[in-house]
Design a protein around this ligand. Structure first.
Ligand SMILES: [Zn+2]
Length: 462
């Protein structure tokens, strides 16, 4: 009489993010073999008998959040003594040279592994179940992505990872980066057990030649993956392209045949109206990182205009703050400030940018990003500790953007498997991970402080 399922979440407020954006005030989600088999109104117990039954007072079920752009290794900088050691950067280019490239060049395989462990734990604990990561580690390029894969698989979330191809030190290193990307794509392509798939990624248009761009794009076409690169984050990207090629970055990328719907452009802060039309024409996706743009002082991209043009924008964190609620809130606020117009971005649009739109940007929307029958059961269950106004189908988007935070996440499921539950990580021993990670990070910081030169990275002109 009752159909058997593995998990029945009952009597919850369900934010489906389906095409009609249905919110079910009191409903259920049924999961079998890692897949959502039913979503509906009322009491799911009238239809299903479940191996595991979950009913929590004032619970909200949302699709597992999707992060359109991160760098796990960015977490290694939090609180680092390096910031006191260097002369503070006064612009974006100095920021890269003095902070990011100094870190990149100091990374070991173990640092990469530790950063991905910490990042995956922080994601899982705050509701993000799917991500896209870019790794820059020029001294340990080959094999480096395996360490991200190992950590992510241990924690149990999932995502896409690529090595950030650059030629800032030598022409050759660009090809070694591509080699690592192709190796990892081939390794993970048909591996049903791994939670991490390879993609083709590059650092930025001002640190790579046309040949490396075209090769990466050709390989992304061959293996049918997305490909991603930072574009127009800082003015250096614009100046370099105009000086060397007589074109702005997106014009150059268009003219060499680089753009397509599977290209994810990260940032686009300095973009012009003409370039926005190019993005629209090629259906290029954007990863927007509001808090990273703030801390780097690079400016604010015209996200309201992207959306008016129908360009898909997913929210990322760029390796800064991993809590999706903080990133949603920053996105919601900053465009109102910069446009002096409180109408820019509704709460619903911001939630879309962290779920369905980010999933579309990563080309995984057929599997994740919404709660619909047939989709994989990546679910985030929120039980807010305090809700100061009524929680219902009319107020939920406002709460998601204005009042909830990562600590309100009660648990997350990935493909129907609990990764966090009762606000605890189930898959790894958190205390052991933290003790181990702190030791590794202290060694990394010591290594950075003992580098012969404060800014040993050389600026290379390709
Ligand atoms: Zn980035």
């Amino acid at each position: 009489m009752f159909e058997k399922v593995d998990l029945l979440i009952n009597n919850s407020l369900i934010v489906t993010m389906n095409s009609k954006r249905d919110v079910i005030p009191r409903g259920y989600v049924a999961v079998r073999d890692g897949v959502i088999v039913d979503v509906g109104f009322g009491d799911g117990r009238s239809k299903y008998s479940a191996e595991e039954y979950l009913e929590l007072r004032r619970s909200v079920v949302v699709p597992g959040f999707v992060c359109a752009h991160t760098h796990f290794y960015g977490l290694l900088l939090t609180g680092s003594p390096w910031f006191a050691f260097i002369e503070p950067p006064s612009d974006f280019q100095q920021n890269l040279q003095r902070i990011w490239w100094a870190l990149d060049e100091s990374l070991t395989y173990e640092d990469i592994y530790v950063s991905a462990l910490l990042g995956s734990i922080l994601f899982a604990r705050t509701g993000t179940t799917f991500f896209k990561d870019l790794l820059d580690a020029p001294n340990v390029t080959l094999g480096s992505l395996d360490y991200i894969e190992k950590a992510v698989n241990e924690v149990g979330i999932r995502g896409l990872a690529g090595f950030s191809v650059t030629q800032r030190r030598s022409i050759e290193e660009g090809y070694i980066g591509i080699q690592e990307n192709e190796r990892f794509v081939r390794k993970t392509l048909n591996d049903a057990k791994t939670n991490v798939k390879g993609i083709f990624t590059l650092h930025a248009s001002f640190t790579v030649t046309d040949d490396v761009l075209i090769k990466s794009k050709e390989l992304a076409d061959k293996y049918n993956t997305i490909y991603a690169m930072h574009v127009e984050e800082g003015l250096i990207d614009v100046y370099h392209n105009i000086e060397r090629y007589g074109k702005r970055p997106f014009e150059r990328l268009r003219d060499i045949g680089f753009l397509s719907p599977r290209f994810l452009a990260i940032h686009g802060v300095q973009i012009t109206e003409d370039e926005m039309k190019i993005l629209k024409h090629y259906d290029v996706k954007i990863a927007h990182n509001a808090m990273s743009n703030m801390i780097n002082g690079v400016g604010v991209p015209p996200v309201g205009k992207f959306l008016d043009l129908g360009i898909t924008v997913g929210i990322g964190n760029d390796g800064y703050v991993m809590d999706v609620f903080e990133n949603m809130r920053a996105t919601y606020l900053v465009h109102k400030v910069v446009n002096k117009d409180p109408r820019v971005l509704t709460p619903l649009k911001v939630v879309e940018m962290a779920t369905v739109d980010a999933a579309k940007a990563l080309n995984v929307y057929s599997r994740v990003g919404s709660i619909e029958v047939g989709k994989e059961a990546d679910l985030t269950i929120i039980v807010p500790e305090i809700v100061h106004t009524p929680l219902n189908e009319h107020t939920i988007y406002g709460h998601l953007v204005n009042s909830f935070n990562g600590k309100d996440v009660w648990g997350v499921l990935v493909k129907g498997r609990w990764v966090t539950k009762e606000r605890k990580v189930l898959t790894v021993d958190l205390e052991k991970v933290l003790d181990y990670a702190h030791k590794v990070i202290e060694r990394l910081w010591d290594r950075m402080l003992s580098m012969e030169s404060k800014y040993k990275v050389e600026w290379l002109k390709p």
